[in-house]
Write a protein that binds this ligand. Structure first.
Ligand code: EPS
Length: 392
């Protein structure tokens, strides 16, 4: 079993993570992880913090001469902004009076965290619940992505919509109808989306979404949106219908819905399927060139909780980041009185970044399911098991 743990506060010294359970022999480098981190940092609508941070990783353990050892891998991303927060985020007790935050921001973990942990300063909640933590996740899951690449499993993503504005020619619908080339791979998606500031798939849609973000930023608003994550090359047989917590769709939903501000996860056609009669969204199965094939992919590559060899399709929705400049009703939790919101530096939109984080979480979910089926101590052993199973 693989697992990982992240640590670190948003304005603390660093984010770290420990990853455990990957086999020995996977080629991994700081450069590879940094490429993933760079993708998370980009996108039109990000806050000023992203200009401060380098988001580069240091591998502290588990790798020797460029290959994993099978031992726990420790990764560290230093927070450059830390130098501006040494007093406010001091680990040691300090004499100086640091102003406490008393007003909670609705929609964040401010209220619940402050009450749950009996804090007298909302800052204590803000720090760990910040989406800054996802940088550590992306770093950890880069190892999962690299592992999957040995089996030609690729993961890509794109932003689909914002405020109900969808692309004219929606690639999500093409994926569901399986109107994609036979040799389609998920990296082809990123080859396009990574070039657009909003991580969409065409220029016109990029212009429209950019204008949505720009105009809402000017009004002190924020915007969420939907995004689609796709994995190709996933073999048939990952997951199981034998028990609820072994279902691949359940695993994927769990991981993706854990991303900050994600409020909905759909597998394949999801909501669309719920609005159509059964015969129209049940994927026909045929034999073509001596191979089993599904004609459409409304199931999103998963039937009965098990991958069926088709691309895995996940659509998810991110709510707008709740830190808005528009005043909202809230409370001063310390004085226990009504108040208006205070503004904490934030993003106007982080949907493009959220899609990248979703790729990471999907990579983790698939690696977990893959290693449950094809386990081994070294990548060589797993490759051997995998290849022999594919030739059956
Ligand atoms: C983020 C860093 C944070 C925020 C954002 C994500 O930096 P700061 O709080 O210093 O501006 O920009 O966090 C949130 C949107 C949030 O809700 O906490 C990052 O590295 O992604």
């Amino acid at each position: 079993m693989i697992r990982f743990l992240t640590a670190g506060e948003s304005h603390g010294k660093a984010l770290t993570c420990i990853i455990e359970g990957f086999p020995a022999g996977i080629e991994i480098s700081e450069e590879f992880i940094n490429e993933e981190l760079k993708r998370r940092k980009l996108g039109y609508g990000r806050g000023p913090r992203m200009k401060i941070e380098a988001d580069t990783v240091e591998i502290l353990s588990g790798v020797r001469f460029g290959k994993t050892l099978g031992s726990p891998i420790t990764l560290q991303i230093k927070n450059r902004d830390w130098e501006n927060w040494t007093e406010k985020m001091s680990v040691e007790k300090i004499e100086k009076d640091i102003e406490k935050i008393e007003v909670v921001r609705p929609g964040h973990a401010d209220l619940v965290g402050t009450l749950k942990y009996k804090f007298d300063d909302v800052r204590n909640s803000i720090e760990r619940s910040s989406a800054r933590e996802t940088a550590a996740r992306v770093a950890a899951c880069a190892v999962a992505k690299k592992f999957l690449s040995y089996f030609n499993i690729e993961i890509g993503s794109f932003v689909e919509s914002m405020l109900g504005v969808y692309p004219e020619d929606n690639f999500y619908h093409k994926l569901l109808k399986n109107e994609i080339p036979a040799d389609f791979s998920a990296s082809q998606i990123n080859n396009i989306s990574d070039n657009f500031e909003l991580r969409v798939l065409d220029e016109e849609h990029n212009i429209k979404l950019k204008e949505i973000v720009r105009s809402h930023a000017a009004k002190g608003e924020t915007v969420g949106g939907t995004f689609v994550t796709v994995a190709t090359g996933v073999p048939l047989g990952l997951g199981s219908y034998m028990h609820f917590d072994r279902k691949l769709n359940a695993k994927i939903s769990f991981y993706i819905s854990s991303i900050n501000a994600v409020k909905a996860v759909e597998i394949g056609g999801g909501t669309i399927c719920s609005q159509m009669p059964g015969s129209q969204v049940t994927d026909d199965i045929v034999i073509e060139n001596n191979k089993i094939k599904h004609l459409t992919n409304y199931a999103g590559g998963i039937e009965g909780g098990i991958s069926n060899g088709m691309p895995i399709i996940v659509r998810a929705a991110m709510k707008p980041i709740p830190t808005v400049k528009v005043p909202k009703k809230t409370i001063n939790i310390i004085k226990f009185e009504n108040s208006e919101t205070r503004y904490e530096r934030s993003d106007v939109s982080a949907v493009p970044a959220c899609a990248v984080i979703s790729e990471s979480m999907l990579a983790w979910a698939l690696s977990e399911a893959f290693l449950e089926k094809f386990s081994g101590d070294s990548i060589t052993e797993i490759l051997k098991n995998y290849r022999s199973s594919q030739n059956d």
